[in-house]
Design a protein around this ligand. Structure first.
Ligand code: PLP
Length: 327
């Protein structure tokens, strides 16, 4: 099966070549107000400006680009209600590959519409009674479709690593890089890039406090499984890291931090008011940790991966108008 051999930095480089001219090279933003507040120089790699609104386009496009003719004809299947679904749907359309996306029957109408808008076939399932992975696997087996998982796949990890590669190539001498963490595709790809290009840069994952399985996995040395965490960071509501992602994270990461929902909302407000950008709750994880750890980061050069900006506007307005938490 493709994708099960652990990726290396060479795969991140090949992914970058495949993405050239297809993915956006997203901007790196800075703000002297943020720098003053944090007491460090902060460089934001803004994947909220990536195609379809999140870094997931990188991994999806890279994985689909590697399909052979037979796989292209038969098509791709993915299960997701979030950014991975849209990333697969858009990449498939660009590459002329039929896409089937398995989504819960109660997924937000806007997300179903966006996925259909990219030309994908949506298969819905009852999330309380059926298992999406089993449905995905059954579709793959009966129709010859190729399943592309959201994070535990070498081509997905390599694609996600291209964002950190761009940041490190653009900004010299980063002391530390903070990366949002769900299943670990973005973090493990970033670790491959940092290890190869800037080994002295410390790299940290940041996951929701309500779902600290990554931190616990790192401490215990084996993948910890949890129930779906209750957090506004819907892109990081994963129940466990992947085999491939954990192997890289365990070997390379400096540490894993957490952020509470209140800290995410706080960071979301700073993004809106100071940087003038819309960032979804999951995309705020890395910056939230930097704000909390500011005293330890004084005077350093800090990279922050802003992972995505897909949030329903009414939901966004509701979140940023919540009373500010006591700090
Ligand atoms: C998927 C996603 C994440 C988490 O990425 P993993 O590769 O699963 O760790 C973070 N932020 C956003 C916006 C996402 O869509």
């Amino acid at each position: 099966m493709a994708g099960v051999i652990p990726p290396t930095y060479a795969d991140v480089e090949s992914a970058a070549a495949r993405l050239l001219g297809h993915a956006h090279r997203t901007p790196v933003l800075t703000s002297s107000r943020v720098d003053d507040e944090v007491g460090a120089r902060v460089f934001f790699k803004c994947e909220n400006f990536q195609r379809m609104g999140a870094f997931k386009f990188r991994g999806a496009f890279n994985a689909l680009s590697r399909f052979d003719d037979e796989q292209r004809r038969a098509g791709v299947v993915a299960y997701s209600s979030g950014n991975h679904a849209q990333a697969i749907a858009l990449s498939a359309r660009l590459l002329g590959i039929p896409a089937t996306i398995v989504m819960p029957h109660d997924a937000p109408a806007a997300k179903v519409a966006a996925t259909r808008g990219y030309g994908a076939t949506v298969v819905s399932y009852d999330r309380y009674a059926e298992d999406r992975e089993a449905i995905g696997r059954a579709l793959a087996a009966t129709r010859g479709l190729t399943l592309v998982p959201p994070y535990d796949h070498a081509d997905v990890i390599a694609g996600q690593g291209t964002a950190a590669k761009e940041l490190i190539e653009e900004v010299d001498g980063l002391d530390a890089l903070f990366v949002c963490l769900g299943g670990g595709g973005l973090l493990s790809g970033s670790l491959l890039a940092a290890q190869a290009l800037s080994p002295s840069t410390r790299v940290y994952g940041v996951e929701p406090a309500a779902g600290d399985d990554g931190q616990r996995s790192l401490r215990s040395g084996e993948i910890v499984h949890i129930d779906t965490p209750d957090t506004i960071a819907d892109g990081a509501q994963t129940q466990h890291l992947g085999e491939l992602t954990f192997a890289i994270i365990r070997r390379e990461v400096d540490d894993i931090h957490t952020a509470t929902d209140a800290e995410l909302v706080d960071a979301m407000r700073v993004f809106a008011s100071t940087l003038k950008i819309v960032v979804e709750p999951t995309g705020c994880l890395a910056f939230a940790a930097v704000r909390r750890l500011a005293p330890e980061l004084a005077g350093q050069r800090i990279g922050v991966l802003v992972s995505g900006g897909n949030v329903d506007l009414a939901r966004y307005a509701e979140l940023i108008s919540r009373p500010a938490p006591a700090r």
